[in-house]
Design a protein around this ligand. Structure first.
Ligand SMILES: NC(=O)c1ccc[n+]([C@@H]2O[C@H](COP(=O)([O-])OP(=O)(O)OC[C@H]3O[C@@H](n4cnc5c(N)ncnc54)[C@H](OP(=O)(O)O)[C@@H]3O)[C@@H](O)[C@H]2O)c1
Length: 331
């Protein structure tokens, strides 16, 4: 596994990261033992960047990672943790809280659940509309100075917010959705990150499985699977979107790889400053994702891929409407 450095001030991390969200029910039921085995397999393959959020099943995901990482050398992996999203006792989300006192409170709980004395990259999951980003980043800066946090990241904010945050403390990376069917970052956000020397960790590179080659129109999301609420998976859009996947499958055939590998490799090929995160929750999916980082895409390959899936080709928003207003960029 190669490494990539997150921005000019961030850590060197594995060129592919593992996101653990799906191991705590975001995509329906998951298997705890298989999740832990997947984290172990990723570490053994050289994946060092592990992403979680304190609100992923209300701490469940952090506790799962703590169990998977028990006994490992703390310097052999990097934890990226998101905070600030409020939950209720049911499946509901209750807005955001990124006030300085809340940041410190969230961190105290995360450190305890993760069983560690520091977090490598700590980031607000979304902008709290009631709190200037300078105040949130200022609070994390104090946690950096106190040794509890190594680097500051951001998630799903626009270019202007990146600039404001970076003026308070150097930002290591922005985590944001980026895939063949979600390219809005390319307009303003990516050029701003490059100007400021900030890395990008790309999530949703498989669009939650939609462009993995494993989703079919007849497949329905089970209970608790967030894909059941996603406009791109809805009955009116899914067939159109899967036709794009079939076009991609033809290109994958010429490269001797799978659709998922092609989609991951395409994101990785957009720059050395970009680290794709994959949401594998089984060893089988992980084993498919890993070789994507060895796939060499030529300029002709990239052109073929983009001909198969031109920018803006997907139908449906990337989030349900209630969540779209708090994203840094559109689709
Ligand atoms: N900052 C943010 O706002 C934000 C938002 C969302 C996620 N994230 C982070 O990004 C991580 C990844 O995001 P994502 O879940 O959207 O990722 P993704 O990689 O686009 O989708 C993951 C899903 O795709 C399916 N899949 C099919 N083939 C696969 C393969 N070869 N490898 C991996 N997955 C495959 C799996 O579903 P099945 O297991 O059902 O086949 C898997 O759960 C999350 O775990 C989380 O840490 C961040």
């Amino acid at each position: 596994m190669h490494t990539r450095t997150l921005g000019t001030t961030g850590p060197a991390v594995s060129a592919l990261g593992l996101g653990a969200m799906g191991m705590s029910g975001a995509y329906g039921a998951s298997d705890r033992a298989e999740s832990i085995a997947t984290v172990h397999a990723a570490l053994e393959a050289g994946v060092t960047l592990l992403d979680t959020g304190d609100f992923y099943a209300m701490g469940h995901n952090e506790l799962l990672l703590a169990e998977a990482l028990r006994g490992r050398d703390r310097d052999s992996y990097q934890l990226s943790v998101k905070f600030g999203m409020l939950r209720g006792p049911g499946p509901e989300f209750g807005g955001h809280d990124c006030r300085p006192e809340a940041v410190k409170n969230f961190l105290a709980y995360s450190l305890t659940r993760l069983g560690t004395d520091h977090i490598d990259i700590y980031r607000p999951a979304r902008l709290d509309p009631a709190v200037p980003i300078e105040e949130t980043v200022g609070a994390i800066k104090e946690l950096v100075e106190a040794g509890y946090v190594r680097h500051i990241g951001l998630s799903e904010v626009d270019a202007a917010t990146v600039r404001r945050a970076h003026s308070v403390h150097p930002i290591a990376d922005l985590q944001i959705e980026y895939s063949l069917i979600s390219r809005a970052v390319e307009a303003d956000v990516l050029p701003t990150l490059r100007e400021l020397g900030i890395g990008l960790t790309a999530y949703g590179v498989l669009s939650r499985g939609l462009i993995s080659g494993h989703w079919s129109a007849g497949h329905t999301a089970g209970p608790g699977d967030a894909r059941g609420l996603s406009p791109r998976f809805s009955s009116e859009n899914v067939e159109h979107n899967l036709a794009l996947v079939e076009a991609l499958r033809r290109v994958a055939g010429t490269k001797g790889c799978t659709v998922a590998q092609l989609a991951i490799a395409w994101v990785a090929a957009q720059g050395q400053d970009i680290v794709p995160l994959v949401g594998a929750r089984t060893r089988e999916r992980l084993a498919e994702a890993l070789p994507a980082m060895e796939l060499d895409l030529t300029a002709d390959d990239l052109a073929e891929i983009e001909k198969a899936v031109p920018p803006g080709a997907a139908r449906g928003d990337r989030y349900p409407s209630a969540f779209m207003s708090n994203l840094g960029v559109g689709n």
